[in-house]
Design a protein around this ligand. Structure first.
Ligand code: JDQ
Length: 250
């Protein structure tokens, strides 16, 4: 997978890409990410990338020429150009999977109040938001997109199973997880997880995932409500009431 990032702040993006999972994936040649300073395509001597908004209003906009030139130079027949923006449907895991299938992404990061709208018509294939809130520019959203897509590429995440497991439980929140010690500040790891009974552990986890989803993200569940089997599973682990873990303790 190849990714080209176009930004006026390459220094904000580059060091993050050199760390952790992404840094290693780049070293191992699993992904090829290059960060480009948009000013390279801006007219000298000023190399201005912003300008006032026609019609008035506060703040500046990104001028169209540098961005359009950058994309036209970087793109090939198999490129997919993405504009990071708050004006799109928020990215979901299926959206991430679709983007991860592209052999070449060009990520355009705006700043100020956004980009001249002609950039969208001329060179953008898809606009992507990372959520319904506004950050100061496209750089952090681009990093989110790179991290989310690259971890789906075979070999990028150390143990491939953790990625597969997420799609298994698709549509549900994750069950609670614990590591050593067995008791911490008076709180014990749930006995089922120490039992060695793998079938029972799997049932407990499914029940916990279901309970969590009901409490925190009921919007993820079917409007038809729980199936009989799901109701039975919750009852089996005494989870057929709301989660009280975050309520004040007596
Ligand atoms: C840019 C801004 C006022 C945009 C400039 C470029 N999900 C998501 N949130 N915010 C963004 C994406 C995002 C992406 C690119 C951006 C925000 N801004 C700031 C300020 C109006 C619109």
């Amino acid at each position: 997978m190849r990714v080209d990032v176009v930004t006026i702040f390459p220094g904000m993006v580059e060091p993050v890409l050199a760390q952790s999972l992404l840094g290693k994936a780049r070293e191992r040649g699993l992904i090829d990410v290059q960060v480009h300073d948009l000013r390279r395509w801006a007219d000298p001597p000023q190399r201005q990338v912003d300008d006032y908004s026609y019609g008035g209003g506060p703040g500046m906009l990104m001028k169209p020429e540098p961005i359009v030139r950058a994309v036209e130079e970087l793109r090939t027949a198999d490129s997919w150009t993405v504009l990071l923006s708050p004006q799109a449907r928020p990215l979901t895991q299926p959206g991430v999977r679709r983007l991860a299938e592209r052999p070449h992404l060009i990520l355009v990061c705006g700043r100020y109040e956004g980009v001249d709208d002609r950039v969208r018509d001329l060179v953008v294939d898809e606009e992507v938001s990372i959520g319904d809130y506004v950050v100061a520019g496209g750089e952090v959203p681009a990093l989110v997109l790179i991290e989310a897509t690259s971890r789906l590429i075979p070999g990028v995440v150390g143990c491939d199973d953790s990625v597969r497991d997420e799609s298994h439980a698709a549509g549900l929140l994750e069950y609670p997880q614990y590591t050593r010690p067995e008791e911490f500040r008076g709180r014990r790891v749930p006995a089922t997880l120490l039992s060695g009974d793998h079938g029972r552990v799997a049932d407990w986890r499914r029940a916990q995932a279901l309970r969590r989803t009901l409490d925190r993200r009921p919007d993820l569940l079917s409007e038809r409500g729980l199936t009989d089997a799901q109701r039975l599973l919750l009852a089996e682990f005494d989870l057929d009431g709301p989660d009280t873990a975050n309520e004040a303790r007596p």
